[in-house]
Each structure stands twice: as structure tokens, then as C-alpha cells.
Design a protein around this ligand. Structure first.
Ligand code: PBG
Length: 326
């Protein structure tokens, strides 16, 4: 008889033993829950491509936030869908804009019981559907920085804790940091969509947020999914510019970038498990091909195992529910 030199099965012998040696533990505290708020909406609207995700009218926001708090989730990420869109994205930096109204209402009701994060981008607010301002036939980086800064200030005034630029304009973190500091918002943090890839996984979100580009694509600003070193340079640049939390997006196809970021830098790392990742799981589970909760647990755990400290996920509420039960 031959004996194996090492018996790794010893520590898998019982549930309790497996518990003891478990390396990665998922918790509702890891999650940031996206919330879509739409101006002039009378009742909730289901997002066709994202089962169970809805756009909410302002009146329903506080109820939704209460549910999120009760599930033990520490943060929300606000996305707004305005009624008015123009080339300058004016409704994005209106102090009475839909996201600003939602944030101030949440802050007033819940104080510091929830971290309020808000997306800083233009594509929902521009008639072009692009994340920057167009001049001529180009997306003008430096003019866009002024607008992104105005959005960040307006959101800071409305009471958000964290602004989350997702436009992928060069210098967006330093421009926003400077603008916030000059207005006295030194405590408002920045979680940048640092390595945001030009991904096919965003399609359902564009349905949810009505922000598909009206012409062209986002290839001149988002990182190609072929380029890991370029993604790392984006992250490094954001850190040099004073970002508080870096984010990698999407998550599941980019675990290598998450892992390398974790190893290389000491900043908190967020991962955004995007709409397409959600939709794939939902579709397969509706067909009965996979078990939704089990596969969600495995996906979110692997994102955390790769090195993410926090995960923006449309599964935040459902995962918090099964984690509370387990
Ligand atoms: C807008 C934005 C997008 C997402 C978040 N913010 C879409 C895009 O860049 O086209 C995608 C999120 C998701 O798919 O869940 N800048």
C-alpha cells in the first residue's frame, strides 16, 4: 500500500473543520448596492434585460434604502435618469437634479446609517449618450473635466459621501479632487472607475440607464479588454492623482487585474460586477441550468478571493438575503 505524502482531505473532513479553514468569507458588508432613480416617474419600472432590477421614482427611494440598510449592506451607488438631456449634460450638475434630490433626501432621513456613493458621468445626461463633451468630431477630454468637476461639486452639496467618476477621461480624479477641495469638500472621497474596460457586458445597463451612445462607441476612452498593463497604468495614475478607492470593471472577466492591483498597491480595491454578468446568471437560472444563489455565491466569493475589498453588484440584496440565512 502506498501513502500520499500529504493529505489535504484531512481538513475537509466535516462541516465544522471546513468552516475553520475557510479562507474567504462573503458578507453583506462587502456589497455596494446600485440604485436607479428616474425623474418624473410615477411608479417603478422593471428593467427588461435585468430581471428584478427596477428604476425607482424619487418617492420610493427612501423605502428602498431602508431595505438595503436592514439587509446589512453598508453602501449604495446612485445612478440617475433625467428627463432633460442636452449636449452639455446640464441636468447632471443641476443642484435640483434627480440624483441630487435623491441623495439629499436619503441623507436627511438616514444620516450616516448608509454610505451614499454616486456615479459621476455624462452619458445618462447628454443627448449624445457619450461620457464626455463633444467638440467637433471628438470627445474633448479637458472640457469634459470641467463638467465632471461641476457634477462632483453638485453631488457633494447634496450630501454624498463618495463620488465615483466613470467617464474614463484622463485627469478626472485630480480635476475632481481639486474642485472638491477648493469648495471645502475635503471629506468627500473619490472611488474612481479606474480600470473601466470597453466591455460588452454593459449592454443591459444601457437599457436600465438609457445611456447608449447615439453614435460611435466608447473605444477612445475605455480600456481595451486585451490590455492588462494599460489597465494597471490607469490604476497607478488614479492613485498618483489622489484617488481613495480604485475600481476594476467588469469583475469576473478581469480577476487577473483585481489580483494584481491587490498585490501591487495598498489602496482599497473595489470591483464592479456589471449588468451583463448579472443578466447571464439570471437568464441561465431562469432556464433552470444553474442554481442562482449558489452560483452567485461562487462568483462573488471569487471576486473577493481575487482581492476585491468591496463589490458593486446587482445581487447585493439577494446575496445579503441568502447570507443572512446561512
Ligand atoms: C456609464 C456607466 C456604464 C456602466 C456604469 N456607468 C455604462 C457604460 O460605460 O457604457 C455600466 C454598468 C453596468 O453594466 O452594470 N458611464
Amino acid at each position: 500500500m502506498s501513502f500520499p505524502t500529504k493529505r489535504l482531505r484531512r481538513l475537509r473532513i466535516s462541516e465544522k473543520m471546513r468552516d475553520l479553514v475557510q479562507e474567504t468569507r462573503l458578507s453583506p458588508k462587502d456589497f455596494i448596492c446600485p440604485v436607479f432613480v428616474q425623474e418624473d416617474l410615477k411608479e417603478r419600472v422593471k428593467v427588461e434585460s435585468m430581471t428584478e432590477i427596477e428604476r425607482l421614482p424619487l418617492e420610493d427611494i427612501n423605502g428602498e434604502v431602508q431595505t438595503i440598510i436592514d439587509l446589512g449592506i453598508p453602501a449604495i451607488m446612485l445612478f440617475g435618469i433625467p428627463t432633460q438631456k442636452d449636449e452639455a449634460g446640464t441636468s447632471a450638475f443641476d443642484d435640483n437634479g434627480i440624483v441630487q434630490k435623491a441623495a439629499s433626501q436619503i441623507r436627511e432621513k438616514f444620516g450616516d446609517k448608509i454610505v451614499i456613493m454616486a456615479d459621476v458621468c455624462l452619458c445618462q445626461f447628454t443627448s449624445t449618450g457619450h461620457c464626455g463633451i463633444i467638440s467637433g468630431d471628438k470627445i474633448d477630454n479637458d472640457i469634459s473635466l470641467d463638467t465632471l468637476s461641476k457634477i462632483a461639486i453638485s453631488l457633494a452639496k447634496s450630501g454624498v459621501d463618495t463620488v465615483s467618476p466613470s467617464a474614463m477621461m484622463d485627469g478626472q480624479v485630480s480635476a475632481i479632487r481639486k474642485a472638491l477641495d477648493e469648495k471645502g469638500f475635503t471629506d468627500v472621497s473619490i472611488m474612481s472607475h479606474s480600470a473601466k474596460h470597453r466591455s460588452n457586458f454593459y449592454a443591459p445597463f444601457r437599457d436600465a440607464a438609457e445611456c447608449a451612445p447615439k453614435f460611435g462607441d466608447r473605444k477612445t476612452y475605455q480600456v481595451p479588454y486585451t490590455n492588462a498593463r494599460e489597465a494597471m497604468m490607469e490604476i497607478e495614475t488614479d492613485i498618483e492623482e489622489g484617488v481613495d478607492i480604485v475600481m476594476i470593471k467588469p469583475a469576473l472577466s478581469y480577476l487577473d487585474i483585481i489580483s494584481e492591483t491587490r498585490k501591487k498597491f495598498n489602496v482599497p480595491v473595489a470591483a464592479y460586477s456589471v449588468s451583463g454578468e448579472y443578466a447571464l446568471v439570471k437568464a441561465a437560472s431562469q432556464l433552470g441550468y444553474v442554481n442562482e444563489d449558489n452560483i452567485t455565491s461562487e462568483i462573488l466569493t471569487s471576486i473577493k478571493r481575487a482581492g476585491a475589498d468591496m463589490i458593486v453588484t446587482y445581487f447585493a440584496k439577494s446575496a445579503a438575503r441568502f447570507l443572512q440565512k446561512s
